[in-house]
Design a binder for this molecule. Structure first.
Ligand SMILES: [Zn+2]
Length: 50
């Protein structure tokens, strides 16, 4: 018996979360929640804690 190992990571942004780009330092604040990740400089932006 085989189990499918395709597990989709479901990323979602939430209102008021702040994301930062580790490369250029850009910061963005989420105004509206949505599916997917925020990308800057070709890589995912990192959520700033708080
Ligand atoms: Zn950037």
């Amino acid at each position: 018996m085989k189990a499918a190992l395709f597990e989709q990571v479901h990323q979602m942004t939430k209102v008021d979360e702040v994301y930062e780009c580790e490369i250029c330092g850009n910061k963005v604040k989420v105004m509206e929640s949505g599916d997917g990740t925020l990308v800057c400089c070709g890589q995912d932006m990192v959520k700033v804690t708080g």
